[in-house]
Design a protein around this ligand. Sequence first.
Ligand code: TYC
Length: 113
Amino acid sequence: MTHFPFSMSDKTDGTGSDAGILTKTKTRTQRPPMYKVMLLNDDYTPMEFVVHVLERFFGLTHAQAFDIMLTVHKKGLAVVGVFSFEVAETKVAQVMDFARRHQHPLQCTMEKE
Ligand code: TYC
């Protein structure tokens, strides 16, 4: 009397017959955690530089990039995209490196969604 999705885990009750112990294993599909990549405002990085960064590393149109730059400027920060851990890590590193090479204090961070 054993029916799917149950399986018998123990058929050794000493009598050689079915002990009737049922176990059920749940299989849950895990979605990978996603990470928000954020840009932080500062008083020195030129607006055009931030717009360029958003176009270059996040594939945004000029209008989208300008909107997000203004949101960061006005609110202090904004989410610029949501990515897998590895992609988010790469974007943050690319932005931080590009800003450093141009001697701008622009900060880019990531946070688990
Ligand atoms: N606040 C900067 C300025 O007035 C512009 C700026 C926007 C800087 C967004 C950083 O992430 C940033 N020049």
